[in-house]
Design a protein around this ligand. Structure first.
Ligand SMILES: Cc1cc2nc3c(=O)[nH]c(=O)nc-3n(C[C@H](O)[C@H](O)[C@H](O)COP(=O)(O)OP(=O)(O)OC[C@H]3O[C@@H](n4cnc5c(N)ncnc54)[C@H](O)[C@@H]3O)c2cc1C
Length: 322
């Protein structure tokens, strides 16, 4: 019996997301009185693999097969299922990100496993196995019992703290037979964004809504973000209007984030927006309407015109930085 966690790497490096998953898997393993095995697919060196041991992975199965160099959900789920059976796994932990959402249902069919998706806390109990998840755009929560022998949990991003739990992991290289008929994705070109702080990794996020009025008004918001070492984000109407790129849109239908500080500028605070940001540690709202719902979610607020407040904030941060 073991808990298996699928860890993603980017160009051979793990990010916070994978350490968060291992921390969570370690918590589940403790409840089940068992060990955590991490699975890593792709070319990752041993120094990097060992980092998973800092969060409690006592065994790491590393699969470095040319055929699996690019993410292919069908092939990856087949390989993860093979490892799960080999390791006599009872619980599989995966991120609730795009690849996790594609892999989990395929794994579920292969292993006849029930799925708890978008889970945000450790299980409430393991016998029966009951997970906790937020539902209805974060306005309610659900307790979901998973009754199958093998259980799959997809963990909501940024919902679980990193917990150091240092062990010296055993690294095992595994070379599965990859069924060529499953490899259906061909990546022809990869274009990388450089120098940008990833929204899902950011500690501070400065986000703009329709109150910013036009794409031309974004300069002070971007400058504030750059001074604070923050990522930029936006509400959905802003990306629908094409004022900002779609990858910046947060909320029910966008990215779900939980930074330490979320600065919401000209955002009303609709429930669909709050669904993506309400786990932020501190929310600061800047809005010209003192009755805007965002002030109910925020710990700090400034009632004022964003076009006047933002330049003053930029100057204040520059002054502090002198
Ligand atoms: C199924 C569904 C899914 C959705 N998913 C999402 C989602 O994922 N993310 C999301 O964001 N929305 C989502 N929405 C849309 C959501 O309901 C809201 O319409 C949206 O969040 C509003 O965006 P906003 O706050 O930027 O704009 P508005 O609601 O127009 O609010 C603008 C705010 O700016 C303030 N303001 C105006 N001028 C200024 C100024 N000069 N200075 C300061 N403040 C000013 C106003 O007082 C107001 O509070 C979804 C809707 C549906 C139906």
């Amino acid at each position: 019996m073991s808990v298996l966690v699928y860890t993603e790497n980017w160009d051979g490096k793990f990010k916070k997301l994978s350490f968060e998953l291992v921390s969570y898997a370690t918590g589940v393993a403790k409840m089940l009185n068992t060990q955590v095995t991490a699975i890593s697919i792709g070319k990752v060196d041993n120094d990097e693999l060992n980092k998973l041991g800092n969060y409690g992975a006592s065994k790491i199965i590393s699969i470095n097969n040319e055929k699996l160099a690019a993410l292919d959900n069908q092939a990856y789920s087949s390989v993860i299922a093979e490892v799960a059976i080999k390791e006599n796994t009872t619980v599989i932990v995966i991120s609730n990100n795009n690849s996790g959402k594609a892999i989990a249902p395929r794994l579920s069919v292969r292993l006849k496993a029930g799925v708890g998706s978008g889970v945000s806390r450790l299980p409430l109990s393991v016998n029966p196995f009951v997970v906790y998840k937020r539902t209805y755009s974060g306005n309610a929560f659900a307790h979901q019992a998973i009754k199958s022998d093998v259980k799959i949990i997809t963990l909501a991003q940024n919902s679980f703290d990193l917990i150091e739990n240092k062990v010296n992991p055993v690294i095992e290289n595994f070379d599965p037979v990859v069924d060529a008929s499953l490899l259906k994705t061909v990546i022809k070109d990869v274009q990388k964004q450089t120098g940008k702080i990833l929204l899902t990794d950011a500690d501070i996020v400065v986000s703009g809504g329709r109150g910013m009025k036009s794409a031309d008004n974004w300069a002070p918001l971007v400058e504030l973000a750059s001074l604070l070492g923050a990522a930029t984000a936006c509400s959905r109407p802003v990306s629908d209007e094409g004022w900002r790129p779609h990858e910046e849109h947060t909320g029910q239908t966008g990215k779900i984030i939980a930074p330490n500080l979320y600065i919401a500028v000209g955002i009303s605070g609709a429930t669909q927006h709050l669904a993506g940001i309400s786990s932020s540690k501190f929310i600061v709202a800047i809005n010209s309407d003192k009755d805007a719902p965002i002030f109910e979610a925020a710990q700090y607020g400034i009632v004022g015109d964003a076009m006047k407040v933002l330049p003053k904030l930029v100057e204040a941060v520059k002054e502090i930085r002198k």
